[in-house]
Design a protein around this ligand. Structure first.
Ligand SMILES: Cc1cc2nc3c(=O)[nH]c(=O)nc-3n(C[C@H](O)[C@H](O)[C@H](O)COP(=O)(O)OP(=O)(O)OC[C@H]3O[C@@H](n4cnc5c(N)ncnc54)[C@H](O)[C@@H]3O)c2cc1C
Length: 462
């Protein structure tokens, strides 16, 4: 019975049939939790092997000499690394220009624009890591993505976001962002580009794209495990932390972290970490992948309905990855941590989407047929900001979580910021020196104890 349920949620990206998974699992530095010795001691222990955890260890080894942190451990509860959201997502690498109006309302104009700049820098740093380490992960950050509007209310948000960014760029001449990156589409342009007359406008963003995230993460993990002093323990589920240094695994083993513990466990952190229980809301997202299609309808990625639906087509085989429609579930999938099952109501909406919104596909006598469906768990936060930094009053434990379903354009630089914080460096400095943004203080968990961190900026409305 359990078997049948598990097969229901079958993420394409980490499907057993892909060779890159099995060949990675043969790495000699991967240890099964049962075989690790009790009272293992490490300088740093990073819990979780998604983009966040892998990224954090990557940066610790890239930025600092081995002698600084001789022994580093990655801990993963599953048999396979990257089995959480990073192996189950939509694969978009998309700075949230289209959300800027919301960011500015919630966190202030300057903070909102800086957050977009941070996301841009994050995407570039992923592309650089991929290139430097020759990671084969289908990354393309120039194919572009378009946020589409179906009605005037959605269009208003998109146009307002564009105008806010235009204004920001006029007054911040040194930034590395450019208005050339953005293009507003009207109804006619949408018709020309989309095989659909259903969208009345859109915001096209050139420097953004897609990536096979699990391959990216496995590439980063391989880099980490090839470095001296780095190990990975699988099937090592953390159930408790004692005295900010003893990590208790489900099987009773205790691992000691001498300098720092990083919680890169996304929404799953609510299972064992008190601080996040009232701050992170586990929220289940659902994606599917179609059978191959002969025609490539869109060379770029797309989102609709204020980002609630998102999709892109592989230029290799025409398969469409589609995600969203949580609104179809009575509880919008909030407080749901079961990624072994899919929601059939949401699945029905996925099936209907293309005939409703892209009638041009049927006009070519083609149908989008779903081949695989899966779910994954996102870490939404109560104030919609990531939680990045030390736990208040505990300088040895760091949170690296809470991307509100938008981890790809945030996670890698957040991981770098945590590496810097562990080494007592300022994560903002690199950005300040290079006319860009490498960290935002409003992400710090201490904002819940010290509301000035965010509220000051909220008053800074445009
Ligand atoms: C369906 C879906 C679609 C999405 N689409 C996109 C998208 O297109 N673009 C985008 O930017 N973002 C997207 N996201 C969000 C994105 O995937 C996440 O923000 C990102 O993957 C989070 O990465 P992470 O490393 O922090 O967490 P995860 O990838 O979830 O990694 C956490 C790891 O911790 C491990 N773990 C958890 N608890 C424990 C424990 N107690 N002990 C040991 N190990 C533990 C887990 O097994 C897992 O490997 C999507 C998410 C979902 C679910």
């Amino acid at each position: 019975m359990t078997h049948a349920i598990v097969r229901n949620s079958n993420p394409f990206w980490i499907d057993e049939k892909h060779d890159f998974i099995q060949s990675f699992l043969n790495h000699p530095r991967i240890i099964h939790a049962e075989l690790s010795t009790n009272n293992d001691e490490y300088d740093i222990v990073v819990i979780g092997t998604g983009l966040s955890g892998a990224g954090c260890v990557y940066w610790l080894r890239k930025l600092y000499p081995v002698e600084r942190f001789p022994r580093i451990l990655l801990l993963e509860k599953n048999a396979r690394p990257c089995s959480g959201a990073s192996g189950r997502n939509g694969g978009f690498l998309w700075p949230s220009y289209d959300y800027l109006v919301g960011y500015a309302e919630d966190f202030g104009y300057e903070n909102g624009c800086q957050w977009i700049e941070f996301q841009h820098e994050n995407i570039r740093s992923i592309a650089q890591a991929v290139e430097e380490n020759k990671i084969d992960c289908d990354i393309n950050i120039t194919r572009g993505n378009v946020a589409l509007a179906r009605n005037t209310e959605e269009l208003k948000n998109i146009v307002k976001s564009y105008e806010l960014m235009k204004d920001y760029l006029e007054t911040h001449s040194k930034t590395k962002m450019s208005l050339d990156n953005l293009e507003l589409w009207d109804h006619e342009k949408c018709q020309e580009m989309l095989h659909s007359d259903k969208f009345i406008g859109g915001l096209f963003m050139r420097e953004s794209g897609t990536v096979w995230v699990a391959k990216l993460v496995y590439g980063l993990l391989k880099y980490c495990l090839d470095q001296p002093g780095v190990e990975l323990i699988t099937q090592g589920k953390v159930i408790r932390i004692e005295d900010s240094k003893n990590i208790i695994l489900e099987n009773g083993r205790v691992i000691v972290a001498r300098q720092a513990i990083v919680h890169a466990t996304n929404a799953y952190a609510v299972e064992y970490l008190d601080f996040v229980r009232d701050k992170i809301i586990p929220t289940r997202g659902q994606c599917c992948r179609s059978k191959p299609m002969e025609t490539i309808f869109w060379p770029f990625g797309l989102s609709a309905h204020d980002g609630r639906e998102y999709y892109h087509q592989s230029p290799k085989d025409g398969c469409i990855v589609f995600g969203g429609c949580r609104w179809r579930s009575p509880d919008t999938e909030h407080n749901n941590q079961n990624d072994a099952e899919v929601n059939h109501l949401i699945g029905e909406e996925h099936k209907k989407f293309f005939s409703l919104w892209h009638p041009g596909i049927a006009e070519k006598s083609l149908t989008v047929e779903i081949d695989q469906e899966w779910t994954g768990i996102m870490g939404f936060t109560v104030d919609h900001l990531p939680l990045i930094g030390p736990l208040p009053n505990d300088s040895k434990q760091f949170l690296l979580a809470g991307y509100n379903g938008n981890g790809m354009p945030n996670g890698f630089l957040c991981a770098k910021a945590i590496a810097r914080m562990i080494a007592n460096d300022d994560p903002c400095r690199e950005g300040e020196e290079n006319n860009t943004v490498t960290f935002l203080k409003m992400f710090l968990p201490e904002r819940f104890d010290n509301p000035n961190i965010v509220q000051t900026s909220q008053k800074n409305r445009h």
